[in-house]
Write a protein that binds this ligand. Structure first.
Ligand code: HEM
Length: 143
């Protein structure tokens, strides 16, 4: 994230690998609507604000939110433009259904607008939510 221009995120090293796979169905499906996404994140102790901030990671990669290699707030700016609603062509490639679902939800939309206006706020909230996400359910090697 840092190399791509986003915030530097301190992560604790030494997480223990799990010895068995997680139960099925813990990852949110991309077909979930906003209430479903909120519920999935809530089960992991993550708020709606954290859902919206973490989803901003989709600014990276090839889903059409600006440069694939740049971590910035273009995810939110492009979500507000709703370019996937125009028919055909490359625009139909922008975003996942779960990204589009966030704009349709009033509570999520409020955070999308804040992050589109204020990249520093997005970077800070993303950093905190990411630390919470990667520490969730982790076990650590005792030193
Ligand atoms: C909100 C629920 C989420 C759903 C339903 C979801 C779903 C997906 C799916 C289906 C893809 C593959 C897209 C494709 O190439 O076809 C993807 C890519 C990716 N996701 Fe998520 N994701 C979610 C949240 C997150 C979070 C929390 C993060 C990290 C903080 C994240 C980071 C990424 C990244 C970096 C990629 C790679 C993009 C690329 O290389 O094109 N996603 N996600």
């Amino acid at each position: 994230v840092s190399v791509c221009g986003g915030p530097t995120i301190p992560v604790q090293l030494g997480r223990l690998d799990s010895l068995e796979p997680d139960a099925e169905g813990k990852l949110p499906r991309e077909s979930l609507d906003a209430p479903g996404l909120k519920q999935n994140f809530k089960r992991k102790g993550l708020s709606t604000q954290e859902l919206v901030a973490l989803s901003g990671a989709h600014t990276l990669g090839s889903k059409g939110f600006g440069s694939p290699f740049v971590f910035d707030n273009s995810y939110y700016k492009i979500l507000l433009e709703k370019p996937w609603k125009s028919s055909g062509g490359m625009s139909s490639m922008i975003g996942l259904p779960s990204d589009h679902a966030l704009v349709e939800d009033d509570e999520c939309l409020r955070w999308i607008k804040k992050y589109a206006d204020n990249q520093n706020m997005f970077f800070n909230d993303f950093k905190n939510a990411y630390i919470k996400l990667v520490n969730s359910g982790a076990r650590w090697k005792s030193l």
